[in-house]
Design a protein around this ligand. Structure first.
Ligand SMILES: Cc1ncc(C[n+]2csc(CCOP(=O)(O)OP(=O)(O)O)c2C)c(N)n1
Ligand SMILES: [Mg+2]
Length: 570
C-alpha cells in the first residue's frame, strides 16, 4: 500500500467524510482512496469554490470537512477560501499535493502560503509516520478549531507503507471533540454579580454560541435577568422565534434593535468578539454600559474592545454555572426575606429588566427590518432591493439555508430574509471577499439537504464565482440563486461616486445573467418588478428539477447604510 492510499483510508477512519476539490495528478490517488473508503467527494470547477464549499459545509454541519487540491496552482487558487476559513476558525483540512523540487513549474512555498493566511501548516514526511502525521492534522483541525494545510509531497505519497502499518490505517480513531472549557468559580461569581446589578441587560451571542445547548442555556439565563437577546451576523437565527430577540446586533441591526442595545446598562458578549461590525465601532455601547465577554479562548477576551469583565469558559457551561449561582443566591435571599416578613415576590419582579410590556410590544411591531417603513424606490424597470427581499421572504419556504456574497447588496438578504435557526445563514465574510457566495450556498446546501438552499449574490460576485453554477446543476441541488444586479461593483460606486471620481472602472454594461445561468442548465427569470416574481412561485410549486436563478435588476441610486460602516473601517 502506498502512502497516498494509507492516508486516504486513515482520514476516512478519523471522521473526514466530506471532501471537496479539484483533482489533478498530485491528489488523484489520495482522493480516490478517500472515496474508496467511504468519503463523499464533490468536484468543484474551481479550487476557490471548493475551499468555500468545504468551509460552509463544516460550519453548517458542525463537522470537519476536507479540501483536496493539486500542488502549486491548485493550492494558490484556493487561497482566498482558505483565508476565509482560517479567519473564521473553521475546522477544515486542506490536503495539498506538494513538489519539493524548486525547479518544478508547480513549486511554491506552500508552508508560507498557509502561514500568511493564518492556517496551520503540516506535512507527511515518511512512509512510517505519514498516517500519524495525517491524523494529527485532523486532531488539530477539530480540537483547536483551525484550518490545517496538510502538505503531501509527491515523493512521500508514492512510498510503500510498511506492511505492519498498512492495516492500522483503516483503524484510526475519530479524535475527540474539543473538551468544553470550565470557567473559574470566581469569574462565574463576578458574572453573576454584574448580572444581578444590571437593570437593562442585553446578551449578544456569537460564533461560539452556535449550538442548541448554548442557546437554551442563554435563553434561560436571559429570562432570569430580563435580558434582551441579540446575535452577531454569523450566529444569526440562534434566537429565532424568541419574543425578546432583537435579531442581529451591529450594522445590520434595525433602528429599534440598535436603540435597545444602546440603552443597555450591561452587554454580555457570549462567544462573540464584539468587533467593529457587531458593535458599530463601539457606538452601540452606551457611555456607562458595563461590557462583559465570555469566550473559551482567553486570547479573544478584550481583543476588539475593552471589557470590564472577561470570563474564560465555554458559553453553555458558563451560562449554566451563572444560572446555578443566581438560583442559589436567590434561594438564600428569599429565605432571609421570608424570615424578615418581606414578600419574596417583590424582588422577583424587579428582575423584569428590559422585558417590559412596552418593549415587548415594540419588538413585536418593529424589530424586523421588513416592518420598518421605507419609501419604495421601485420603477417599471428596476425593483427596490428591499421590496425584492421582503417579497422573497414571503415566497420562499421558511426552512431555508442562505449563503450571502459580499457587496453593497449584502445587507438586504442578511437582514430581510428570516432564517429558522443558527444554521440558516452561512456568512462567509471574515475576509470580506466577493465571489464566495455561490460556493457558500453549495456547501451549506449539502450540509442541510432538508432546507431550501438560497444563494444571494451581487452581479459582481455572481460573475466571479460563476464556474460553480455548473456544480449546482450537476449535483441537482434545488437551489434558488438571487442576483441583486445593479450592473456595477455597487460598493465601489457608492464609495467613490459622491466625491465625483470617474466610475468607468467599476460600472459595466448590462450582463444577461439569466442567459448565463440558462447556459449552465438553470431555469432563469429576469425580474424588473414585483409581478415578475410569479415565476419564482411557479418554480417552487413545480418539480424543481433544475435550479432557479433570479436576475433581479435592482435600483441602485444610493449606498446601503451598513456600507458606511465598512468605509469607516478602512
Ligand atoms: C475578491 C475581492 N475583490 C474585490 C473586492 C472589493 N469589492 C468589494 S465589494 C465589490 C463590488 C461587488 O459588486 P457586486 O457583487 O455587484 O455587489 P454590489 O456591491 O454591486 O452590490 C468589490 C469589487 C473584494 N472585497 N473582494
Ligand atoms: Mg453589483
Amino acid at each position: 500500500m502506498k502512502v497516498a492510499e494509507a492516508v486516504g483510508r486513515a482520514l476516512y477512519a478519523a471522521g473526514v467524510r466530506q471532501v471537496f476539490g479539484v483533482v489533478g495528478s498530485g491528489n488523484f490517488h489520495l482522493t480516490n482512496a478517500m472515496v474508496a473508503a467511504g468519503s463523499r467527494f464533490v468536484a468543484a470547477r474551481h479550487e476557490g469554490g471548493a475551499a468555500t464549499m468545504a468551509d460552509a459545509y463544516a460550519r453548517m454541519s458542525g463537522t470537519v470537512a476536507a479540501l483536496s487540491v493539486h500542488q502549486g496552482p491548485g493550492l494558490t487558487n484556493a487561497m482566498t477560501g482558505i483565508a476565509e476559513a482560517a479567519k473564521s476558525r473553521t475546522p477544515l483540512l486542506v490536503l495539498a499535493a506538494e513538489v519539493t523540487e524548486p525547479r518544478s513549474n508547480f513549486h511554491v512555498d506552500q508552508e508560507a502560503l498557509a502561514r500568511s493566511v493564518g492556517a496551520v501548516s503540516a506535512r507527511v514526511t515518511s512512509a512510517e509516520d505519514a498516517v500519524t502525521e495525517a491524523l494529527d492534522a485532523v486532531r488539530r483541525a477539530v480540537c483547536e478549531r483551525r484550518t490545517v494545510l496538510l502538505n503531501l509531497p509527491l515523493g512521500v505519497q508514492a512510498l510503500d507503507v510498511p506492511d505492519a502499518l498498512a492495516g492500522e490505517s483503516a483503524l484510526a480513531v475519530v479524535p475527540p471533540e474539543r473538551a468544553p472549557v470550565e470557567p473559574e468559580f470566581a469569574d462565574v461569581e463576578a458574572l453573576a454579580r454584574v448580572l444581578e446589578k444590571s437593570r437593562r441587560p442585553v446578551f449578544v451571542a456569537g460564533r461560539g454560541a452556535r449550538s442548541p445547548g448554548a442557546r437554551d442555556a442563554l435563553v434561560t439565563l436571559a429570562e432570569r435577568h430580563g435580558a434582551l437577546l441579540a446575535t452577531s451576523a454569523v450566529a444569526r437565527g440562534l434566537f429565532h422565534g424568541d419574543p425578546w430577540s432583537l435579531d442581529v446586533s451591529g450594522g445590520f441591526a434595525s433602528p429599534l434593535a440598535a436603540e435597545l442595545i444602546q440603552e443597555a446598562d450591561l452587554i454580555v458578549g457570549w462567544g462573540c468578539a464584539l468587533n467593529m461590525w457587531t458593535m458599530r465601532h463601539g457606538r452601540l455601547i452606551g457611555p456607562d454600559t458595563t461590557v462583559v465577554q465570555v469566550d473559551d479562548d482567553a486570547s479573544a477576551l478584550g481583543a476588539h474592545r475593552e471589557v470590564h469583565l472577561g470570563v474564560t469558559g465555554d458559553v453553555e457551561l458558563t451560562a449554566r454555572r451563572a444560572l446555578q449561582t443566581h438560583d442559589a443566591n436567590r434561594q438564600a435571599q428569599q429565605g432571609e426575606q421570608a424570615q424578615q416578613g418581606h414578600r419574596a415576590q417583590q424582588r422577583q419582579q424587579s428582575r423584569q429588566g428590559s422585558r417590559t410590556a412596552d418593549i415587548g410590544a415594540s419588538i413585536a411591531a418593529r424589530v424586523r427590518w421588513r416592518d420598518v417603513s421605507y419609501d419604495d424606490t421601485s420603477t417599471r424597470e428596476r425593483i427596490d432591493p428591499r421590496t425584492l427581499s421582503i417579497a422573497l421572504d414571503d415566497i420562499l419556504p421558511a426552512e431555508r439555508v442562505i449563503g450571502v456574497d459580499s457587496g453593497n447588496f449584502m445587507g438586504y438578504p442578511s437582514m430581510y430574509l428570516s432564517v429558522p435557526d443558527e444554521n440558516g445563514l452561512c456568512f462567509t465574510q471574515a475576509f470580506q471577499s466577493i465571489g464566495l457566495g455561490l460556493a457558500t450556498a453549495i456547501g451549506a446546501a449539502l450540509a442541510r439537504p432538508d432546507r431550501l438552499p438560497v444563494a444571494a449574490l451581487g452581479d459582481g460576485g455572481a460573475m466571479m464565482g460563476a464556474a460553480e453554477f455548473d456544480t449546482v446543476r450537476r449535483l441537482g441541488l434545488p437551489m434558488v440563486v438571487v442576483v441583486y444586479n445593479d450592473d456595477a461593483y455597487g460598493a465601489e460606486v457608492h464609495h467613490f461616486g459622491p466625491d465625483g471620481h470617474p466610475l468607468e472602472t467599476v460600472e459595466f454594461p448590462p450582463t444577461d445573467i439569466a442567459a448565463v445561468a440558462r447556459g449552465y442548465g438553470f431555469e432563469a427569470v429576469t425580474v424588473h418588478t414585483r409581478a415578475d416574481l410569479k415565476a419564482v412561485e411557479d418554480w417552487l410549486a413545480g418539480p424543481r428539477s433544475a435550479p432557479l436563478l433570479i436576475d433581479a435588476k435592482v435600483v441602485a441610486d444610493r449606498g446601503a447604510w451598513w456600507l458606511e460602516e465598512a468605509f469607516r473601517g478602512h
